[in-house]
Write a protein that binds this ligand. Structure first.
Ligand code: HEM
Length: 453
């Protein structure tokens, strides 16, 4: 729609409303079948739809790439992050990059950008490959493992080493448990009729508080040790500790903690889920796996950063897995003013959900959308897609700052691990999706490792 034909908030009509179900009915779908609901809505309402949910909540689901582009990019100034993240994850993330807004967000993004510059990221490849190699070499032939847990530990270890020059392997279990609690509570609140903000001392919130205290202990320990050492190690932690604002003031420990916690969480949970789904899909699609293994075997050495160019199919496998199972499967925003999206009025205070999962499985964009077909991402096919048709990393000014880091990590880890080991599923039952804030495999992924000869 051109600017000339875009109606104003006064003249635009509301989005179509989801018909026929009572208010609480939508809430229970959201709570019990979020994935099914998002996939259905992308088919029944491929543009925009409004559904009343709970007592005072108006949820608007946007399932067209063009309209999502408006929400996340061209009209992003009318929005802030939705309360799911901003309120319920606040005890974990505080005012870090993922949850901050406006001028504070811009300043923090500028501050952190150098850590994610292309050259810097390339220098992380070696750490990623070394850690992946060590993980794969430690697997015995025929050994059972929960691949989802293993990937969580590995990506956590990598973010600790690359960004904070810290060894955090010993903390992985505590962090995993605390984050799971935090996400479960946050999602439980979002799907409840009367959400209880984190400061209300309900049993759930107390559990949450304990989980956050455990995370704090770990992150403050890392900060304390570095402050005591006083050295500039050229990593993100040194950058945060050295940063000065316009008045020359350094960041407080609390600010450093918020940024560090954000990077720890955002930097490992999503990548781990993406890799878990990738190995799951490969185990169910031996033809794609054989093609990828042939590409890896042709290289005949542990892949270095320079070698990645020679492994396009491996990268395509990772990207296609994130199409079918985008770790950030829905992105929430809240309009701070009435705003017109497409030609529909989205009212101030609604919750707008950009339906990433639904868009990634739209038949008009992805022929045979349920099929796992990495070839969709070979050559320049990705560039020919409409804007926001593929958006595992979001879009606009809040696009994932770790986008290139994550793609390289997925590429390196997949290549390094799959050269040495092949994972087989221990059960023929499909793994279910567990849509918390990220899209996790429910109950993990029970695999068996087979060392490749
Ligand atoms: C496959 C892996 C990853 C996926 C799928 C992913 C996805 C996303 C998405 C969709 C957003 C935007 C959220 C929104 O618009 O509401 C985001 C933001 C963010 N991501 Fe990632 N991410 C990944 C890896 C990483 C890594 C490795 C890091 C850091 C090392 C990271 C750090 C962040 C941060 C700090 C933000 C907030 C950016 C801002 O608001 O300016 N992510 N991520």
């Amino acid at each position: 729609m051109t600017a000339a034909t875009t109606p104003s908030p006064r003249t635009a009509s509301a989005p179509p409303r989801l018909p026929g179900r009572p208010v609480l009915g939508h809430l229970s779908s959201f709570r019990n079948d979020r994935v099914g609901m998002l996939l259905r809505l992308a088919k029944t309402h491929p543009e925009i739809v409004e559904m009343p949910m709970g007592l005072a909540r108006r949820v608007v689901v946007v399932s067209s790439p063009a309209l999502v582009h408006e929400v996340l990019s061209t009209k992003q100034s009318a929005f802030v992050k939705a309360p799911g993240l901003a309120v319920f994850l606040r005890p974990v993330l505080g005012g870090g990059l993922l949850t901050s807004e406006r001028a504070v967000h811009e300043r923090q993004r500028r501050l952190l950008a150098p850590a994610f510059a292309h050259k810097r990221i390339a220098s992380y490849a070696e750490t990623m490959a070394t850690r992946a190699e060590r993980f794969a070499a430690g697997l015995e032939d025929g050994a059972p493992l929960d691949l989802a847990e293993a990937m969580m530990r590995l990506t956590f270890e990598i973010v600790g080493k690359t960004l904070f020059d810290a060894e955090v392997v010993g903390d992985a279990r505590a962090v995993g448990e605390a984050l799971t609690t935090a996400m479960e509570v946050a999602m439980g609140q979002l799907g409840s009729v009367v959400p209880l903000p984190p400061m209300i001392p309900s049993p759930q919130n107390l559990r949450y508080k304990r989980a956050v205290a455990r995370l704090d202990e770990i992150v403050y320990r890392i900060i304390r040790e570095r402050r005591a050492e006083g050295a500039d190690r050229g990593d993100v932690l040194s950058m945060l500790l050295d940063a000065r604002d316009e008045d020359g003031a350094a960041m407080t420990d609390r600010q450093v903690r918020d940024e560090a916690m954000t990077l720890f969480l955002a930097g490992h949970e999503t990548t781990a889920n993406a890799l878990s789904w990738t190995f799951y899909l490969l185990a169910r699609h031996p033809e794609a796996r054989a093609r990828m293994e042939a590409e890896l075997d042709a290289l005949d050495r542990t892949p270095s950063y320079e070698d990645l160019k020679a492994l396009p199919y491996t990268l395509a496998v990772f990207k296609e897995a994130m199409r079918l199972y985008p770790p950030a499967y829905v992105l929430g925003r809240k309009p701070v003013e009435d705003v017109v999206i497409g030609d529909r009025l989205v009212r101030k205070g609604s919750i707008v959900l950009a339906n990433v999962l639904g868009i990634h499985r739209r038949e008009d964009l992805w022929p045979d959308p349920e099929a796992f077909d990495p070839a969709r991402f070979l050559g320049d096919k990705e560039r020919q897609l409409p804007r926001c048709a593929y958006m595992p990393f979001g879009a606009g000014p809040r696009v994932c700052i770790g986008n290139h880091f994550a793609l390289m990590e997925g590429h390196v880890l997949l290549a390094t691990i799959a050269r040495r080991v092949r994972f087989e599923l221990r059960s023929a039952e499909p793994v279910e999706l567990e849509p918390l804030i990220t899209l996790r495999p429910r109950g993990g992924i029970a695999m068996r490792a087979h060392v490749r000869g």
